[in-house]
Design a protein around this ligand. Structure first.
Ligand code: EPZ
Length: 433
């Protein structure tokens, strides 16, 4: 389906009810896919979400000689016995941010890397200075020019070292870990990010024979090993997808049981929703979410690195705050600017004023359907939530952003009563037009 020209059409205002399953975590999947380059053996990765960022990651691996075999809808075999570093096509690499893991993986395996600079959602500047600081600490010379990053270890061998991350960075933490796992000697990454996908990546690498301790804490300790062996590994559930569906339940005033998820990973989201008057019942690997009362209370939210309230839940939470009674404040502290979606939400009747890093949200009893666009991945899913909660019909353009991170979105939503469909204009329409 040509999603670049597709639209999502929603007839909203109905409370959604039923069970909605969570798929494998996008941000763990992309990191682990690139991590497979660090072993010459075959790996089997299970619970991979069938989303475009995973497909692009696998295409990048194939472009450098890795053999990828689909064993099932969510299972692939990755054979990295042969890898030709430095030849990944720019237009593929430029499609998403996570392609920068190719740098750490090529360095970790070959002691050298040559990769186009990454693309991804536009939140203002998205530097990689901390990645570079880590690579240089491991004994690499790093050059960034002409849209490419080139890194090479002096005499081809990376040497363990200590590196303090000046900024808490998920990508920087993972990338330095990838470069260090087969380095000579001992590495410490201090002021590391704690996200569950960092822990999942470290668990995958340790299952392959790496020696990584402390993932998920401030300091990650890595003792370099010569080689890594293959493994069969299952990706953890996506905490942002789970949080998205929890907010969807509260926004539509229905009741959703979000299944195949890890409640601990969404504790900060649960806490905020309960503050708003939402009931969250945990039961093993699922939570059941519904409003306690007809109204939602306003709250103040500040996004923070894990275990704080996730920045990737900013747009979704803003929709819910738009439906709460009273005025809320949403502060974005991770990204330089992540409020481009606000103009779209205001077309649906939301009352939001952005002052620098804080959005002031004055709640309104309901939103109204409108024609809007997805400005990035999480902004796009926020438009879906808004459309499902709003009265009337909502039409969303630029929906390719959304399908980067939400597997089987339309079927999962239809199964809980959503009136939603994707239409792709026929070529003839454009020809007539
Ligand atoms: C990852 O991006 C996620 N992407 C993002 O999710 C997420 O928003 C982000 O982590 C924060 O949780 C993937 O995992 C593929 P960072 P990443 O490096 O690694 C600054 C989604 O919707 N920084 O943790 O790029 C940076 O500018 C996406 O799934 C530096 O200053 O984020 C930002 O302000 C969107 N120098 C902050 O750190 C660096 O070298 C956090 O960035 C690196 C980062």
């Amino acid at each position: 389906m040509d999603l670049d020209r597709g639209k999502i059409i929603i007839s909203g205002g109905k409370p959604l009810k039923g069970a909605i399953p969570v798929s494998g975590m996008k941000n763990a999947a992309v990191a682990i896919i690139f991590s497979t380059i660090l072993t010459e053996d075959k790996c089997i990765i299970e619970n991979l979400p069938n989303i475009s960022d995973v497909k692009v990651s696998l295409d990048i691996l194939s472009s450098v000689g890795v053999k990828v075999r689909q064993l099932g809808p969510n299972t692939v075999e990755i054979d990295s016995s042969v890898v030709n570093p430095g030849i990944a096509p720019y237009e593929l690499v430029n499609k998403m941010r996570a392609s920068y893991y190719l740098i750490g993986a090529e360095l970790g395996r070959f002691g050298r890397a040559y990769v186009g600079l990454p693309g991804g959602c536009d939140f203002g500047i998205r530097p990689i200075d901390q990645h570079i600081k880590g690579f240089e600490a491991l004994g690499c010379d790093v050059k960034v020019e002409g849209g490419y990053i080139e890194a090479a270890a002096q005499n081809g061998i990376l040497r363990g070292s200590s590196v303090y991350m000046d900024v808490v960075t998920v990508g920087g933490t993972i990338n330095v870990m990838l470069a260090a796992v087969r380095a000579e000697g001992y590495t410490e990454i201090e002021n590391a990010a704690h996200e569950p996908h960092i822990v999942d990546t470290a668990n995958f690498l340790n299952a392959c024979g790496a020696d990584i301790r402390g993932a998920g804490t401030d300091t990650i300790k890595i003792r370099g090993v010569k080689k890594l062996h293959g493994v069969t590994y299952t990706i953890i559930p996506d905490m942002i997808e789970a949080g998205t569906y929890m907010i969807l339940a509260a926004a539509t005033g229905g009741q959703l049981t979000v299944t195949n998820m890890i409640p601990k990973h969404v504790e900060s989201i649960t806490a905020k929703l309960e503050e708003m008057g939402v009931s969250i019942e945990e039961d093993g690997d699922s939570v059941t979410v519904s409003r306690r009362a007809p109204f939602l209370n306003h709250v103040n939210v500040k996004t923070l690195p894990y275990p704080g309230f996730p920045t990737d839940m900013n747009p979704q939470m803003c929709v819910l705050l738009s439906l709460a009674r009273g005025t809320s404040h949403l502060t974005e502290s991770v990204w330089e600017s992540r409020f481009r979606y606000v103009e779209e939400l205001k077309r649906m009747g939301a009352r939001i004023t952005v002052n620098g890093k804080t959005a002031e949200v004055e709640g309104t009893p309901s939103l109204r359907g409108a024609r809007v666009r997805a400005v990035d991945l999480r902004a796009g899913i926020a438009m879906v939530i808004a459309g499902l909660a709003a009265r009337g019909v909502t039409e969303i353009d630029e929906i390719h952003h959304i399908f980067r991170g939400y597997e089987d979105l339309i079927s999962k939503l239809k199964a809980v009563g959503a009136d939603i469909k994707v239409i792709v204009p026929k070529a003839t329409e454009y020809e007539d037009y």
